[in-house]
Design a protein around this ligand. Sequence first.
Ligand code: BES
Ligand code: MN
Ligand code: MN
Length: 456
Amino acid sequence: MEHLQTYLANNKQRFLDELFDLLRIPSVSADSAYKDDVLKTAEFVKQSLIDAGADNVELCQTAGYPIVYGEKIISADLPTILVYGHYDVQPPDPIELWDSPPFEPVIKDEKIYARGACDDKGQMYMHVKAFEMMMRNNTLPCNVKFMIEGEEEVGSDNLPPYLRANVEKLKADVVLISDTSMIANDVPSITTGLRGLSYVEVEVVGPNIDLHSGTFGGAVANPVNVLCKLIASLHDENNHITIPGFYDDVVELSEEERAEMAKRPFDIEAYKQYLDINEVQGEKGYSTTERTSIRPTLDVNGMWGGYIGEGAKTVLPSKASAKISMRLVPNQNSEKITELFQKHFESIAPSSVKVKVTPHHGGEPAVTPIDSKGYLAAVKAMEKTFGKRPIPSREGGSIPIVALFEEVLGLKTILMGFGLNTDAIHSPNEHYGLFNYYKGIETIPHFYKEFAGMYA
Ligand code: BES
Ligand code: MN
Ligand code: MN
């Protein structure tokens, strides 16, 4: 592996310049105004795989943005790693809170600042560069297939049909993804669980038109008032979710498992300071780490209605809306939870208003075993490059496709992410440490070597 170290050292600046070029293309999948840029990004990723030495590189068309596919098959006798990542990014809003423009990457304090720097362009590109290193040094130890999509941030709607239609083509022994976080740069970890997601939009409709709040206020239901009350009632005084049946399928961890989790280093004071909050809150009986990984949640993501312009306008709004996400844990099912939500929400609405619940995307939770070949290969790889044994860590975010890799392709996923929870993904000033970028590129070839070694 020494020649790889030399190659990395000799190509460090170019690896960074290329990532900067990738970060300059604003591939916001949620906003159709960026359509050409998203397509340009797919072309960029395609070319980067060709340049790195992949074969059969193509853009696979879907009903939405294309999936970039490429492979290097060196022998049918060797195992195959399927690398997944995404080239789309979240919208940069609120743009005025960025210290530098989101699509003009800069280095500050040893970190790359740009939308997508960590999620997921930076982490995805580490795989392209690690592959290039192995190709140039003739040390690729097994087969590899790349599948990089452009709709992860909007729910990957077109990925399940692609998986089902390409079971043979995507045949592999493990899926490898870098799109998650580690505990800290000196506390390496491997993600062993992700939460699922149910996302709904609710609308409360009162009178057929915005009214004078003096003339009608007090006698006609105010949809914003009602919506606030309804939403408030979704948690009880212990911060349990009140939707009947919501917890029915939740797998409770054993006391041993919880004790093991509690050993994970976590500095609550630093956490509060980072967020500038006086106190944490959450479901009674669970720690902050548990609340953000092994427990389901319900959160309003956005809410609107009535007058929100400058000054004061006296109005009794006709409508109010909210976008609500529920993070799910094993064995909850997103469709079932969405249904439970809908039924409950409709049942608690007063007859003075009409309510409408519209489901958005969903995804199932996933947990990965810690005794698989892939997991052990990841442990060995990170142990080599970090000088410390990584610990398992369940996370709160969602990558819905992970459950489908298992269901459709029968494959376990290894979530070897190199981000940090402080990287501000989805937020203004997203960033990714240079340490993390290069450490990822260095670690990935070790994973390939260890994984291939287990089949020798
Ligand atoms: N990379 C994230 C998921 C993630 C972040 C997992 C941090 C673990 C730690 C991914 O791009 C993402 O943002 N997923 C969405 C879900 C999707 C259906 C829009 C999420 O978790 O909100
Ligand atoms: Mn991501
Ligand atoms: Mn994301």
